[in-house]
Design a protein around this ligand. Structure first.
Ligand SMILES: [Mn+2]
Length: 334
């Protein structure tokens, strides 16, 4: 990221926030998956002004633990029963690549989108603002905003929220880059964090017997499919499909897709190792393609992406495999 662009973006964000928070309450809305990056971004940004309130449909397990630990203000919403205050002056959406990814019907107030996904399903109007950075987590954008424009908000809990989003979105720095490490170091320093204690606590994620059973059944159902030049591991899961996909991605195939079908909703969760991305795979674009051919919403990053909709699970998985099969494999210079 060019530092002139960064400075200009952060200044625009500061002006937008100053303007709307002077007019009334502003919701900071998370992506509906409630992962640590989206929740950490919302909680940290909301801490900069009393008129900002972090809210969203769901708290993922890591995010819930962090919110409970710090008693952080976060309002859980219900998709079909959300009544927004009449005085609502604006909405900030963090870490969601498209309106559908909030799971909410957003009222028409000035909108600010802060995101790092490669795909973008937002259409914005005159009073709206978008910060789309090519960084490894949305909390990196928020951390840089706080470092430049609201350093007084960088308390120890806020730094933990931001660092936790960065650590989880990069899979413990496996997908990090130089700027991600620089931001992590700045947060550790600003929050005076004991990194080793922090990471041990973050990694201490237990599963219930039924969750372990679901993952083990998902592992038993894994099959290998050739999709053109790519070898894909595919399976189905009733829950924790992200965790299952990440485990399978460690096996070294070209890509992984996990299908979940529940209550008439189908979800695809895909992962690919860095070698596949360098050889031409972009899962976010493939999932966009799936959405354009069978409906639903799809998108994400090059090595991690998802799709959701009402299509039959076999049709959805087939659409993904077909799209991948048409992706050329570039020979890597080694
Ligand atoms: Mn993210």
């Amino acid at each position: 990221m060019n530092s002139t662009v960064v400075d200009a973006d952060l200044k625009s964000l500061h002006e937008w926030l100053s303007e709307v928070t002077s007019q009334g309450p502003v919701a900071v809305v998370t992506g509906r998956n409630g992962d640590m990056d989206t929740v950490g971004s919302a909680v940290a940004l909301a801490s900069t002004h009393p008129n900002l309130l972090a809210c969203g449909l769901h708290l993922g397990r890591v995010a819930r633990r962090m919110v409970d630990k710090h008693r952080a203000p976060f309002r859980l919403l219900q998709s079909d029963a959300t009544t927004w205050p009449a005085s609502l002056a604006g909405i900030v959406v963090v870490d969601a690549a498209a309106p559908d990814q909030t799971g909410l019907n957003l009222p028409s107030v000035p909108l600010c989108i802060i995101d790092h996904h490669a795909t973008d399903g937002w259409s914005l109007s005159e009073h709206d603002l978008a910060l789309k950075w090519d960084v490894r987590s949305t909390t990196e954008v928020i951390a840089n905003y706080l470092l430049h424009h609201a350093p007084q908000a960088l308390s120890q809990p806020v730094c933990e929220f931001l660092l936790a989003g960065l650590v989880t979105d990069t899979a413990r720095f496996r997908h990090a880059d130089g700027p991600a490490f620089a931001t992590a170091a700045a947060l550790i320093e600003a929050g005076e964090l004991d990194y080793q204690a922090f990471i041990q606590e973050l990694e201490d994620t237990t599963t219930s017997p039924s969750e372990r059973g679901a993952i083990l059944r998902g592992l038993k159902r894994v099959e290998t499919t050739e999709a053109g030049p790519w070898t894909v591991l595919r399976t189905t899961a009733g829950t924790l499909e992200g965790r299952l996909a990440s485990m399978l991605n460690g096996l070294g195939a070209d890509a992984v897709v996990v299908t979940r079908h529940r209550d008439g909703q189908t979800r695809l969760t895909a992962r690919a190792p860095r070698s596949s991305v360098l050889a031409g795979v972009h899962l976010g674009r493939l999932m966009e393609h799936v959405a354009s051919s069978i409906g639903g919403e799809g998108g994400g990053h090059d090595g991690a992406a998802g799709w959701s909709g009402t299509a039959d699970p076999i049709a959805a998985e087939t659409a993904f495999i077909d799209a991948l099969a048409r992706t050329n494999k570039q020979e890597l210079n080694t």
